[in-house]
Design a protein around this ligand. Structure first.
Ligand code: ADP
Ligand code: MG
Length: 623
């Protein structure tokens, strides 16, 4: 080992930069935080190429005096705290004095600023940590910080960045948090010259600002909550249980104006909604917590996303108690009932399900005539029926419209269900008298004889696999069936989701889903894959977005397509719990040989378990 030596400050700064500035979104967060700390009432964020080319944040805040400019970009230089005691009563978003220095170390930074009392503005350029010196310039009161070529001198970090789309969705998320936490500030965001958000000051109308990001549908279903316990004030909204998500991303918690993540509070939210949401679903919440700064330690995380509460148990109880009381005293039941009915109707409605399944099976069998069968008018009628048919009167779930192909009919003495078709003989044995192709157990498994033994099949997994193969084939040959919507359906997404799906619009078009921007983070769906006709576009699009955003890893576009195919086939496939007729069982079993790899469903679970006759003989001690 070589001798111990003090690292040069540029290296120290690069190390620090690595902690604070992980990706372009970190820059946006730090710069917007500085603007807010400077008392700005307007912040404009301009981004090019997901922040890799340019990030410019301009504010009308206090500005920086010319003689402090150099200090502003020096590490551990801050105007926000002066001694260690201050650390325990931080009133500002920043206090570490590291952000500007870190950013300047790994980019080309231009800082232009003017305080109200100064005649002119001043600017300072820093290139990879090398400062140019301060020079006068014209500038309005406030500060503009321009970052170009982020990570140009740290190629490894740059290599770790994801696509423009992914980086932009992180930026949109950072912007969302700051704009939500500061409704009184006019915030704008543009990407590649296109305005993404222009949010005039919302004052006390927090719901309005939430609506600007997440749509009026959600905002209208928000339930206001507020409580005060000693010095701790809790205020905000939770969404009615009819809205939920597959992850906790829509749980926005703000502590003294700072967006935080807190497992314990998330848990309290989950507890409050226990029994109101299906397992695996997460409530949506926008909550502001105000407490004296000395009751919380914000200095535990470089990006200050996590904090430590002095009395975290008490806060947990306060949140849980507030929500429980609120739920007990509000009329959730009405909303729940309509919603369950709606969902049940979506899942089970006889006519619609029948139509869908007939189509699916035909499709799976390569006999599809979707285009005329599934004209928009038809769908409109079907979806209308969906709301009209009372659940109780629903016919038992019937899939029995599968037509065995002539060959199958011949070999298995198959069921001639459609006497209209002259290829079938009408005097064939009735379904009851022919030997069953397979047996359905627990509405979930199929049992069938195989050449040299028996096989137990997971009906959902098998159907999913079959649909997946067919769908992939269709996508590859560009022959996917879509239905154009007469009137496009606007879907409110989160900014990150909207960015993700819009950037992937070509890919989605391949799947039959045509979308276009519709202002803010609303996306207009103008055509839709036929096989998903009885799912709501909003739900499908959100699920697709969740897939696209994934776990932050940037998959190849082929992988994305694949995972979208999986999702669609999983949605469209018959479910465990669906009762199948003999014909449906037969059709499914028949398809088994057509799918390329039916041994595993697209999720990698086995679709079937085989038991050879030899095995059975052995088990029964016949050998
Ligand atoms: P911190 O925010 O933790 O103090 P920064 O490196 O982000 O550290 O900023 C250093 C200092 O520069 C701040 O303390 C503040 O005085 C000044 N500053 C930075 N950005 C702005 C701005 N937009 N308006 C006014 N002052 C700013
Ligand atoms: Mg700062």
């Amino acid at each position: 080992m070589s001798a111990i030596r003090q690292l040069p400050s540029s290296v120290v700064n690069k190390i620090a930069a690595g902690e604070v500035i992980e990706r372009p979104a970190s820059v946006v967060k730090e710069l917007m935080e500085n603007s807010i700390d400077a008392g700005a009432t307007r912040i404009d964020v301009v981004v090019e190429q997901g922040g890799l080319e340019l990030i410019r944040v301009s504010d009308n805040g206090s500005g920086i005096p010319a003689d402090e400019l150099t200090l502003a970009v020096t590490s551990h230089a801050t105007s926000k705290i002066s001694d260690a005691d201050d650390l325990f009563c931080v009133q500002t978003l920043g206090f570490r004095g590291e952000a500007l220095a870190s950013i300047a170390e790994v980019s080309r930074l231009l800082l232009r600023t003017r305080v109200a009392s100064a005649e002119a503005g001043h600017e300072l350029e820093v290139n990879g940590g090398q400062s140019s010196g301060v020079a006068p310039c014209g500038a309005p009161v406030g500060t503009t910080v321009e970052i170009r070529q982020l990570f140009f001198n740290t190629p490894v970090r740059r290599k770790f960045l994801r696509s423009t789309q992914t980086e932009m969705s992180h930026i949109a998320e950072a912007f969302t948090r700051l704009a939500l936490a500061n409704p009184h500030v006019h915030c704008t965001l543009s990407h590649n010259g296109r305005s993404q958000f222009d949010l005039p000051p919302a004052g006390h109308d927090w719901r309005g600002r939430i609506a600007a990001f997440f749509g009026h549908d959600l905002a209208a279903d928000l339930i206001g909550v507020s409580s005060t316990d000693d010095e701790v004030r809790l205020e905000g909204f939770v969404a009615s249980p009819s809205h939920s998500r597959g992850n906790a991303r829509l749980q926005y918690l703000f502590l003294n104006g700072r967006a935080i993540r807190d497992r314990s509070l998330q848990h309290a939210l989950g507890e409050a909604f226990r029994g109101l949401l299906l397992t695996g679903r997460y409530p949506i919440a926008f909550l502001q917590i105000q407490m004296p700064a000395e009751l919380v330690d914000v200095n535990v995380h470089p990006t200050k996303l996590e904090v430590r509460f002095q009395e975290s148990g008490k806060l947990y109880s306060q949140l849980l108690g507030t929500l429980r009381t609120k739920f007990l005293t509000s009329d959730l039941t009405a909303r729940l009932r309509t919603d369950n009915q709606h969902e049940a109707a979506l899942a089970l409605d006889g006519d619609q399900a029948d139509l869908m399944r007939r189509e699916l099976v035909d499709w799976a069998k390569g006999q599809l005539t979707v285009s005329d069968q599934f004209a928009p008018a038809d769908t409109a009628r079907a979806s209308q029926a969906m709301f009209e048919v009372p659940l109780e009167n629903r016919a038992p779930l019937e899939l029995s419209v599968l037509e065995p192909r002539p060959s199958a009919a011949a070999t298995s003495g198959g069921a001639a269900r459609t006497s209209a078709n002259s290829a079938y003989r009408v005097d064939e044995p009735s379904p009851a008298s022919r030997p069953p192709a397979g047996l359905q157990l627990h509405n979930r498994y199929l049992i069938a004889e195989s050449g040299d033994g028996m096989v137990v099949i997971d009906q959902h997994a098998l159907h999913e696999r079959i649909l997946y193969e067919h769908l992939r084939e269709k996508v590859l040959t560009g022959a996917i069936e879509t239905q154009a919507l007469l009137v496009g359906e606007p879907v409110d997404l989160t900014p990150a989701e909207a960015t993700a799906v819009l950037e992937a619009h070509e890919l989605l078009a391949k799947l039959g889903l045509a979308i276009e921007p519709f202002g803010g983070s609303t996306v207009l769906v103008s055509s839709y894959p036929a096989m998903l006709a009885n799912f709501r576009p909003a739900d499908v699009l959100r699920d697709l977005a969740t897939q696209l955003l994934g776990d932050g890893k940037r998959p190849e576009s082929r992988d994305i397509l694949d995972s979208l195919l999986h999702m669609i086939s999983c949605k469209a496939a018959i479910k465990a719990g669906d009762r199948l007729s003999q014909d449906e069982i037969m059709a499914l079993l028949e398809q088994r040989h057509l799918a390329r790899d039916t041994h595993h469903c697209p999720h990698g679970r086995p679709t079937a378990l085989y038991f050879s006759r030899d095995d059975l003989d052995k088990q029964f001690k016949r050998t």
